[in-house]
Write a protein that binds this ligand. Structure first.
Ligand SMILES: Nc1ncnc2c1ncn2[C@@H]1O[C@H](COP(=O)(O)OP(=O)(O)OP(=O)(O)O)[C@@H](O)[C@H]1O
Ligand SMILES: [Mg+2]
Length: 243
């Protein structure tokens, strides 16, 4: 693959949820190339999650072409091999995590990729350490807080060493310190990623371009002008930074 090669290409994609007459994706086009770090900011219900699920083959489009790593994907058997190379962080961590303990959840991906039990656990431990949560190892996943689950879900995705990351609101529920850690991790990766978020500062810190969605289509950054609103407020008790 050369440096500017296409990793994911969606062409003229239309998608309706079964039984609904709302066209969520309407002749949508999107290309993610090697090295791209793209942010996506768009209103609730505009189809961002549906878009990621379409790339993964979890939503099957009514028309259009999905090409991933140069292969056109049509049926379930085409999507199976690419799913392990694309790391999707689900918007809802409960969709991602299903094992009894955190270590099992994070080791699940590497095990599925064919690593031995020993190696999968080793990879899982290293990934938890990298995210600063080695102490969660034996925790019961479903008893963790929302933010803690989010981190474990991220560990589960990163443990698979995907070739591209699709992150659906990764900072939702994360405190500032953990968000900073996530920013450092993302900025230290040398893979492409596409990250959905409603937090401008986060998106700006980790991406090179910001897209939006409207009427079932992508608006690229030459078509939108995202801007920041400043506001005034009382001093408050918590320390904070103005930039
Ligand atoms: N399983 C489903 N069945 C029917 N309609 C759905 C389903 N999931 C989503 N939709 C509809 O599709 C549209 C797009 O939803 P989607 O979840 O992709 O939006 P989103 O941009 O990710 O929103 P948010 O910012 O709230 O996460 C919405 O109108 C939603 O009601
Ligand atoms: Mg969503």
């Amino acid at each position: 693959m050369n440096d500017n090669s296409s990793v994911i290409k969606l062409e003229d994609i239309c998608f309706f949820y079964p039984g609904s007459n709302e066209k969520v994706l309407d002749h949508l086009n999107l290309e993610i190339k090697k090295g791209d770090r793209i942010g996506m900011m768009a209103p609730n219900g505009s189809g961002k999650t549906t878009l990621l699920h379409t790339i993964m083959g979890l939503c099957k489009p009514d028309s259009g072409t999905i090409t991933v790593f140069g292969n056109v994907l049509k049926n379930e058997k085409d999507f199976l091999p690419v799913r392990s190379k694309i790391g999707l962080l689900f918007q809802d961590s409960d969709d991602q995590l299903f094992c009894p303990t955190v270590l099992d959840d994070v080791a699940f991906g590497p095990l599925n990729l064919g690593f031995s039990q020993h190696d999968a656990i080793e990879i899982a431990r290293k990934t938890l350490e990298r995210l600063g949560i080695p102490s969660f190892e034996q925790s019961v996943t479903h008893r963790l807080s929302g933010g803690q689950k989010r981190l474990v879900a991220l560990a589960a995705v990163l443990a698979m060493e995907p070739e591209i990351l699709l992150l659906d609101e990764p900072t939702a529920g994360l405190d500032n310190m953990v968000q900073e850690k996530l920013i450092n991790i993302l900025n230290g990766l040398d893979i492409s990623y596409f990250v959905i978020s409603h937090e401008f500062d986060f998106v700006k810190a980790v991406t090179d371009k910001i897209y939006s969605m409207e009427n079932g289509r992508i608006l690229t950054d030459d078509k939108i002008h995202i801007h920041r609103h400043e506001h005034i407020h009382k001093h408050g008790k918590q320390p904070h930074i103005h930039k």
